[in-house]
Design a binder for this molecule. Structure first.
Ligand code: TMP
Length: 253
């Protein structure tokens, strides 16, 4: 049997050629990085959890008409996705001040923002993913004005969907990051949500206690990252049965 072809390897995922044209297999690693990979660790079970959680969020979005790259999960660590041309921007939506906006603008973490704020960061590790304005994006040709309008609209729809989902299980969606890609249907181009949606790319706080259930647990050394992600999965009914502190998640299917 021929070995499948690796198309791309990032910090937390690997992309392989898919079984049909226009598809890829997305493999979730256990590697965790922060601060542009200055801090690294392997968190056993993280890839399995993020595969399941990203499946849950993306298939939910598909079902409410927000297009994503997700086709189906293949196994514990892999999912079949549509190949897209990734727009080199990280699209961040913030509901509550935390992280870089708190530092940059001196807003205390936890302050509710007057409305959801959408920001764009240029995806470039060497530059540390700098914040960019719509002017930069259009002038440098990373996206058009129409793309930007579509990206803001997609990001806000994702925010509405995820905020509601999280609220239902006692979690506040503080902020999150998505990536967006282009797909072509003949001559027509559409933008769809790509990459992953998981506690690696969101800030999730317990509504009652404020406990952090996302990658800040790793960034700020607040405890066991897999336990935090397992708690998110458990509340959402996504991935059951993993005792805190034990290594391997147990899957029902
Ligand atoms: P920030 O406050 O550090 O700018 O992060 C905003 C949100 O984006 C937060 O939910 C974490 C997520 N994020 C990523 O997914 N990848 C990144 O490289 C960074 C910096 C943030």
């Amino acid at each position: 049997m021929a070995r499948r072809k690796k198309v791309y390897e990032g910090k937390a995922k690997i992309l392989y050629e898919g079984p049909e044209p226009g598809t890829l297999v997305q493999y979730f690693k256990d590697d965790a990085t922060a601060f542009n990979a200055e801090k690294r660790a392997t968190v056993e079970g993280k890839g399995v959890l993020n595969n399941r959680l990203s499946e849950f969020f993306m298939s939910g979005l598909n079902s409410v008409g927000v297009p994503t790259h997700f086709i189906r999960r293949l196994n514990m660590r892999e999912q079949l996705i549509r190949a897209v041309e990734i727009i080199p921007l990280e699209v961040v939506v913030r509901n509550v001040a935390a992280g870089s906006i708190s530092k940059r603008l001196g807003i205390e973490e936890g302050t509710a923002l007057p409305r959801p704020i959408v920001e764009f960061y240029f995806k470039n590790d060497e530059l540390g993913d700098p914040l960019v304005s719509e002017e930069h994006i259009i002038a440098f040709g990373w996206a058009t004005q129409q793309d930007l309008d579509d990206m803001v609209s997609l990001a806000l729809r994702v925010n509405d969907f995820l905020s509601g989902l999280m609220l239902g299980v006692g979690i506040k969606l503080v902020d999150f990051k998505i990536e967006i890609g282009r797909i072509w249907d003949g001559d027509y181009m559409r933008l769809i949500v790509a990459d992953e949606i998981s506690p690696d790319s969101c800030r999730l706080w317990d509504i009652e206690t404020g406990q952090k259930l996302d990658k800040d647990v790793f960034r700020r050394d607040l405890g066991n990252l897999a336990d935090a992600y397992t708690e998110v999965a458990r509340r959402l009914g996504v991935m059951p049965q993993r005792e805190p502190g034990t290594t391997k998640p147990t899957l029902i299917n």
